[in-house]
Design a protein around this ligand. Structure first.
Ligand code: AMP
Length: 249
């Protein structure tokens, strides 16, 4: 069984991003970029499924600028077998990414697509669900445990009130939550090996997909600055402030 693992190049989670002065978006000049953390978890899970003998091949896919190759090389170093870069300089919104992935699903026929539940840059949480709709595959989102056997995936999902375990027939779409696994460290020998693994380059037009944006960003702004805290002398003052200033009790 083939596994398709989409990986997005995003601003590194340690970077404190700044909003551009004209409010048109984030200032990404010179900012460190990395693989979306949920996608690292997805690659790790795919590698574990291969190590268990459930999967035979792992294909990592990234859609975006030429530098996404670095993200794909990281996926190859974690353990993916080959990679596909869908290269474009266009701004890619979740529907466009889902359409590109659908074209690759049609071509590669994977038994399972494992994606991150959300990209930490746009926080959309849409691509997995849209891909499931476009391909008519069942979906199991926010996975904290995945077991594959007998043409089915049993997926434990993190829901508000606790955990829900569902069974979906393969091929299916699974999106990863934080507690699914802890991705392994990428070792130097594996980074070297990854350089020799195949990386195919295609364009959205080769896949017959129009990636034109459907959503226009009107404005991006920083959250309001938090005011400084105050020390209160005793519980009575605290209760008084909560009642009369914050008006929360
Ligand atoms: P989102 O719906 O944008 O929050 O993204 C959810 C997941 O879709 C991510 O964790 C990735 O696995 C995948 N994804 C989103 N954008 C891309 C992209 N440009 N290239 C590859 N995978 C992507």
């Amino acid at each position: 069984m083939k596994l398709l693992v989409p990986v997005k190049r995003v601003v590194d989670y340690n970077v404190k991003v700044r909003v551009k002065s004209d409010g048109s978006g984030m200032d990404l000049a010179g900012v460190k970029m990395s693989m979306n953390p949920f996608d690292e978890i997805a690659v790790e899970e795919a590698v574990r499924l291969k190590e268990k003998g459930v999967a035979t091949e792992i294909i990592a896919v990234s859609c975006g600028v030429a530098q996404c190759q670095e993200t794909l090389r990281t996926a190859l170093a974690i353990g993916a077998d080959r990679a596909i870069l869908v290269e474009t300089d266009a701004e890619l919104q979740p529907l466009a990414v889902a359409k590109l992935l659908k074209a690759l699903v049609d071509r590669e026929q994977p038994g399972l697509v494992i994606l991150g539940k959300q990209a930490i840059d746009d926080d959309c949480n849409q691509v997995g669900q849209m891909l499931a709709a476009l391909t008519d595959m069942p979906q199991a989102t926010f996975a904290s445990k995945v077991e594959v056997a007998d043409g089915k995936a049993q997926v434990t999902r993190e829901v508000d009130g606790g955990l829900e375990t569902i069974s979906v027939a393969l091929p299916a779409v699974v999106t990863t939550d934080l507690r699914l696994n802890e991705p392994r460290y990428v070792t130097l020998p594996n980074i070297m090996k990854a350089k020799k693994k195949p990386l195919e380059n295609v364009k959205p037009a080769d896949l017959g997909v129009d990636v034109a944006p459907r959503i226009k960003t009107l404005n991006v702004s920083e959250p309001p600055k938090r005011g400084a805290g105050v020390k209160v002398p005793d519980v009575a003052t605290l209760v008084d402030k909560l009642k009369n200033e914050a008006k929360v009790i």
